[in-house]
Design a protein around this ligand. Structure first.
Ligand SMILES: [Mg+2]
Ligand SMILES: [Zn+2]
Length: 221
């Protein structure tokens, strides 16, 4: 028990990262998985990395859908992933928002990204090694949550994010899409060929220091 080996994980944001962006998806049909990510997810899973979805779902606090609705949506997503022989090892969502209309959920919490609560809980429940894990997401709140938890981070560039102003919001890598992000993780984990590690959003061009935090690249080798 005490010597149980902790697993590496890839934490994955849902909206904009696993599925196409949409405003407050509430039905299974609203979740449209990106086409090209099944195979790279399977490579990571077969390589021993746990796949854990981490998603803010303030629509619950706002009363836009119920936990039952969310369960149906995630069941569909699991079925879609299963077509590529991919299984999510964990699904964590934050139902809270301070501006919510559902009183029990309209609270400040430790789990809403950019806070790292969901990652810390997943690490405890699934026996994950956060320092050897990754967070892949499409906004800097994802990056911050990952960095706060001690993970390595990849931002998927959907063109929405300004250059990060604080080191906590600085991703180790930026990817042009989720498939690229997964190739970066595979390359860094020795599970795939070399990947383009130098991509940066066009809007960040004037900033030169958005690469990995000092020491991080060296430690990864
Ligand atoms: Mg997202
Ligand atoms: Zn929360």
């Amino acid at each position: 028990m005490a010597s149980m080996q902790r697993s590496r994980a890839v934490f994955l944001d849902r909206d904009g990262t696993l599925v196409h962006s949409r405003r407050y998806p509430s039905r299974p049909d609203d979740l449209l998985l990106y086409d090209e990510i099944g195979a790279p997810l399977r490579i990571l899973q077969e390589g021993g990395l746990r796949l854990v979805m981490i998603t803010n779902q303030s629509g619950l606090a706002r009363g836009l859908f119920t936990e039952g609705d969310l369960e149906l949506m995630h069941r569909r997503l699991a079925a879609e992933l299963a077509r590529s022989a991919v299984r999510l090892d964990g699904v964590y969502y934050c139902p809270h928002h301070v501006d919510g209309t559902v009183p029990a959920l309209a609270v400040a919490c430790d789990c809403r990204k950019p806070r790292p609560g969901m990652l810390l809980r997943a690490a405890a429940e699934l026996h994950l090694d956060l320092e050897r894990s990754w967070f892949v997401g499409d906004v800097l709140d994802d990056v911050e949550a990952g960095n706060r938890a001690g993970c390595r981070t990849v931002l998927v560039d959907l063109g929405t994010e300004q250059p990060p102003r604080s080191p906590l919001r600085r991703p180790a890598y930026v990817a042009r899409d989720t498939a690229h992000a997964l190739r970066i993780v595979a390359a860094r984990e020795g599970l795939g060929p070399a990947a383009d590690l130098g991509y940066r959003p066009a809007a960040w061009a004037e900033q030169s220091s958005v690469s990995a935090p000092a020491g991080r690249l060296a430690r990864d080798r």
